[in-house]
Design a protein around this ligand. Sequence first.
Ligand code: PAF
Length: 285
Amino acid sequence: MKTVKSLKSMQRLAGRLKCEGKKIAFVPTMGALHEGHLALIRKAKKLGDVTVVSIFVNPAQFGPSEDFSKYPRTFKEDRRRLRDLKVDYVFYPDRESTYPPDYETYVNLEKMSKVLEGQFRPIHFRGVATIVTKLLNIVQPDIAVFGQKDYQQSVIIKKMVRDLNLPVKIVIGKTVREESGLALSSRNKYLDEEQKKRATVLYKSLMHARDMIRNGERNASKIKRSMRLMIDRMAGTKIDYIAITDDERLEQVRRLSGKFTISLAVWLDEVRLIDNISVFLGDEK
Ligand code: PAF
């Protein structure tokens, strides 16, 4: 496995691989790799001839009061895991070359970046859309793999790729969970064992919603209210949002039908967690 640090070298290398007819599969990450990332990388390896994983903690997607400086950085351990997986290239650019002092170009989705997470993290998706565009231009992948865990991010990236006619296929990999149901996340590193137990209330509330739907409930407000009651009963929680939205435009659904996603963001003490499940109700005529 080769580590590439320079943006130019990565871009040249990608150009060369493409000339050789190689299919590049790419997994962008911010490092602190866990089993969820590894599952995305395994998926990428099956889809392409050459696998590139990037590690870059992107300052542009963190708000001023967010955890950019304390975000876990575990490059040596990450590199070892990538080597074990036989990844071909790890792209590890630095902040100064990625965003030089005179940097001023950003990519923004006018509506979609303002809803759900965007209400609480106003610059987050501008930062995500910008770095993902830059990475796609540098790595030039045929396929890029993202996780369902970041539901809004996955919808936004698919939309951005359509809107900007980017020549890449976006593939979404399933959320990987602990046995308790807790979705794997780099931010779980901030939780101790007792907090992790309480954090399972996110998944439990999603399973509760799924059971209500299985039992015939179709009123989105009733489901969200019931989830809210369940989460509020757990010590140390504060809900940012619970939403049921369609997967194309991220608009709130009132009466459930077809395909939709139930997503939520909840503070557990000082740690903000997100999770979601997608539901498909077949033909219910
Ligand atoms: O999902 C992430 O880890 C990040 O948002 C991404 C896509 C690597 C962009 O920084």
